[in-house]
Design a protein around this ligand. Structure first.
Ligand SMILES: Nc1ncnc2c1ncn2[C@@H]1O[C@H](COP(=O)(O)OP(=O)(O)OP(=O)(O)O)[C@@H](O)[C@H]1O
Length: 324
């Protein structure tokens, strides 16, 4: 294991930011810490980096007990959303910085900087100042700088958070490719489920200071541990005793044994999908997504429908979801 976090607790005054957090992250993997704002993702990352201390619990990095080690002794590289770059230094100098303070030989530094700038596709900008780069280019420079000292672990806190959607998506694909090339154990924080599902090998879902589930994108999607995980990864709706995805509901215009009966209150066509809002006799409103054109089913406001989960649909119990 590259990173082992055991029994971690952290409070700020009365506020519990992390509650008995346990995670094991294998070497070489790209892991996302995913969850809503304020859930504790950054606090966990900062404690792994050594920028913050836990009230109790341990952090082990590559087999070394690191709980009380200062950041510079942990062999971690980090990149934060509001990158701290040296504004007066060129891109090449920024990347070389960590190696220079470690007093590496000049030739070795030059070679390493060259190699890293190639890796992040910034070779032609080596002589520019950070202010002369775009936001995405600056983040790539920050990644090259973090990688320069060959950390055993790379920690990224919403590294693309401040960038516009298109650049964000490009950098996301690029990070995945970079990771496939370099294989350094990487942990990144995101509140964007699509980003986590697309990029990560493994996702740690964190909410209210607790780990809700750890798993591959497929595991989380196909076997969500609870309604929170399922709802955070996409839209869910309640159908009788279960929660499920709106497109996993079978619609019938004639009675089906065991199905939930309801009345259509709205039909909305969005491209190839039809979103049908249905009111049930016990006062619930749910949304069904169907690709069949509503007209072919004869659906209209006021129609009666019978709804049941598609065979094989992923469902979680609705018992604990009263608070949703
Ligand atoms: N230094 C601090 N003092 C007091 N409270 C703090 C401090 N740092 C974090 N918190 C609180 O701890 C909780 C978790 O914060 P954290 O930054 O870890 O969340 P997050 O999941 O990373 O959220 P975001 O995506 O918004 O960054 C928040 O409610 C935050 O207000």
């Amino acid at each position: 294991m590259s990173i082992e976090v055991k029994g971690l607790n952290k409070s700020f005054g009365d506020f519990v930011a992390l509650h008995d957090v346990n995670v094991s992250l294998p070497t070489g993997q790209l892991t996302a810490l995913l969850g809503p704002s304020g859930g504790g993702k950054s606090t966990l990352l900062r404690i792994i980096a050594g920028l913050d201390t836990a009230d109790s619990g341990t952090v082990t990095i590559e087999g070394t007990e690191a709980t009380h080690l200062p950041p510079q002794k942990r062999n971690v590289g980090f990149v934060f959303q509001h990158y701290a770059v040296f504004k007066h230094m060129t891109v090449a100098k920024n990347v070389a910085f960590g190696l220079e303070i470690r007093k590496r030989p000049k030739a070795e530094i030059a070679e390493k900087v060259d190699e890293l700038l190639k890796l992040v596709h910034l070779s032609q900008f080596a002589g520019r100042l950070p202010a002369q780069l775009s936001g995405g280019q600056r983040q790539r420079m920050a990644l090259a700088r973090a990688l320069a000292v060959e950390p055993s672990v790379l920690l990224l806190d919403e590294p693309f958070g401040a960038l516009d959607a298109k650049v964000r998506k490009e950098l996301r694909d690029w990070l995945r490719r970079l990771h496939d090339e370099v294989h350094v154990t990487t942990v990144f924080v995101t509140h964007d489920q699509e980003e986590a599902l697309e990029v990560a090998d493994e996702i740690v879902v964190i909410n209210n200071g607790r780990v809700e589930q750890v798993g591959s994108p497929d595991q989380l999607y196909d076997e969500p541990a609870n309604d929170f995980v399922m709802g955070f990864l996409g839209e869910i709706t309640r159908l009788g005793p279960v929660m499920l995805r709106p497109h996993d509901i079978l619609v019938s215009t004639s009675p089906v044994p065991g199905a939930v009966q309801g009345t259509v209150s709205r039909v909305l066509r969005v491209g190839f999908e039809v979103r049908v809002t249905v009111d049930t006799p016990d006062g619930e409103t749910l949304v069904v997504m169907t690709r069949t054109h509503a007209r072919s089913l004869g659906l209209d406001t006021g129609s009666t429908l019978w709804l049941s989960p598609e065979p094989g649909a992923t469902t979680v119990s609705a018992a604990a979801t009263a608070a949703l």
